[in-house]
Design a protein around this ligand. Structure first.
Ligand code: FEO
Length: 133
């Protein structure tokens, strides 16, 4: 069972970025599946670490592309990325200290953040980048 189903409505029209977004969807779905099947906390924490690393790498690729094409809303976009990374890192600390565990509420937060960010923030750069393709 998947928490997120990828559809073309999430495409930003740039294959490399779409593939990375699909990668994020796969990791969140993996977390959901392992959590639903009662996998050990350590296992879930490792996947969450992988999600954080993958997200940081994706943001770096995207930000580098936005700088390359002089995207006018770069600062606001980067700010959203930074806030999300801060949140992932603070969740990671809470998981590691045992204060909280990965829950459906957290997975829904990740899902909502990712899909809203793709639809409302990432998609805004598509038209700008298209002019240079
Ligand atoms: Fe694809 Fe702005 O993250």
């Amino acid at each position: 069972m998947e928490l997120i189903k990828w559809t073309d409505q999430y495409s930003v029209g740039i294959t490399e970025i779409d593939n990375q977004h699909k990668g994020l969807v796969i990791i969140i779905n993996e977390l959901f599946s392992y959590m639903s099947n009662g996998k050990a906390k350590e296992h879930l924490n490792n996947i969450f670490d992988h999600l954080t690393d993958y997200t940081e790498k994706h943001f770096l690729v995207e930000e580098t592309m936005l700088i390359k094409y002089a995207y006018p809303d770069y600062d606001q976009h980067k700010f959203e990325h930074s806030k999300f990374i801060e949140k992932l890192k603070s969740l990671k600390l809470e998981f590691e200290s045992g204060k909280i565990t990965i829950s459906l509420e957290i997975l829904n937060f990740l899902k909502d953040w990712l899909l809203n960010h793709i639809l409302n923030t990432d998609k805004k750069y598509s038209a700008h980048i298209e002019k240079y393709q």
